[in-house]
Design a protein around this ligand. Structure first.
Ligand code: SF4
Ligand code: SF4
Length: 364
């Protein structure tokens, strides 16, 4: 038998994996998660008294594919056993829905059973997504990124994501859970567009909240409505995130590759003060064509694979994507979204030093 040289193994991300399928049933899947957590050393960085942000998605009305509270609870128990103090968290979304502000968001978390997990639930960017920190990153697209403050201020992060397809990122998993998921609403808008915003006059009630928030005073009153001076506007998206009347149009026209790079830059910002203090889990079960926020038709595009666990967000995503493609003998993500190159998020993440494209899979 040929042995891999020690240096080569060290240069790879280590990814733990357990086969699992929805057909196993919930109690068997719970046992498998417990076995996976027991077999790995991925959570060993958690020290007694650490405040641990557990980033999940609480689902969306009409979409059932998020990682359920019964599985999340197993991870919370592991953190508590190590002496950590976990809280469940997410940040508000950009689009109009059940997770646009913290009150609706918490109500949805309660409806989906997450308040029964026996830990606090905190929407990390606050009531209207104003509770964020600007993190200096100095990368290709952004000098700074806006990350939900309560996660930045926590000691450690545990990312739990449903591995699924996505229109603009090909697939969505750990990098997306952190990069898009923990950006403030203004950060999410900046990932989705480089276009300067415009006011929809028919929706503007002239409440002037956007006037106060604009950092360069680019918004003023014109004909009884808000007006944006595009010469002055720096495209920070704060007004888009602020307007409760959706009178400043959300724009979504960023190309798939650039969006992935911007998302990864936000992940870099979110993880900047969490070096060696982060762990990532991907649940590759019920692998749907679209994201967990999608509430329209969302077919399953691949058979269940299992659960992946690593301290490396690039390796954990690459391992899950590779396993799905290998099992299906088909690039199902490319087939579902032909214009999207899903490799870009991984390559860019590796180029920023977030993790490794090479990985060693340890099957439990
Ligand atoms: S926040 Fe919205 S409704 Fe209020 S003035 Fe600005 S654009 Fe108009
Ligand atoms: S995008 Fe930023 S700079 Fe431009 S008008 Fe809105 S708040 Fe002001």
């Amino acid at each position: 038998m040929r042995h891999m040289p020690v240096k080569r193994i060290e240069a790879m991300g280590k990814v733990y994996f357990v086969k699992a399928a929805k057909s196993d049933g919930k109690s068997e899947i719970i046992k498998k998660i417990e076995g996976l957590l027991e077999a790995s050393d991925c959570f060993d960085f958690i020290k007694k008294g650490d405040i641990v942000a557990v980033k999940v998605t609480f689902g969306e009305k009409g979409n059932e594919y998020y990682v359920g509270p019964e599985y999340v609870k197993v991870v919370l128990n592991k953190i508590k056993k190590l002496g950590g103090k976990p809280f469940l968290t997410d940040a508000n979304v950009l689009y109009k829905g059940e997770r646009t502000n913290a009150v609706d968001h918490l109500n949805l978390a309660r409806e989906h059973g997450f308040l029964r997990c026996d830990v606090p639930v905190i929407i990390a960017d606050g009531l209207f997504s104003k509770n964020y920190k600007k993190i200096a990153i100095d990368k290709k697209h952004f000098k700074t990124v806006n990350i939900a403050r309560d996660v930045v201020d926590s000691d450690c992060i545990v990312s739990i994501s449903h591995f699924k397809g996505h229109m603009q990122t090909g697939f969505g998993a750990a990098l997306k859970n952190i990069g898009m998921g923990l950006a403030s609403r203004s950060g999410k808008q900046m990932q989705h567009s480089h276009v300067k915003p415009e006011v929809r006059e028919n929706k503007c009630v002239l409440c002037k909240q956007c006037f106060d928030i604009c950092p360069v005073s680019a918004i003023s009153e014109k004909n009884g409505k808000a007006f944006i001076d595009k010469e002055r506007c720096i495209g920070c998206a704060e007004c888009v995130a602020t307007c409760k009347f959706f009178a400043i149009a959300i724009t979504w026209e960023e190309s798939a590759e650039i969006l992935q790079e911007k998302m990864v830059e936000h992940a870099f910002g979110a993880l900047k003060n969490k070096k060696d203090k982060a762990v990532f889990m991907n649940f590759a079960l019920e692998i749907s064509k679209e994201c967990d926020c999608w509430n329209l038709e969302n077919p399953i595009i691949a058979k269940d694979v299992g659960i992946f666990l690593s301290n490396d967000p690039v390796a954990v995503d690459k391992a899950a994507a590779d396993k799905v493609v290998k099992q299906e003998v088909n690039d199902v993500f490319k087939k579902a979204h032909p214009d999207t190159n899903w490799h870009r998020q991984l390559e860019y993440g590796a180029s920023l030093g977030l993790g490794k494209l090479d990985y060693k899979l340890v099957e439990v």
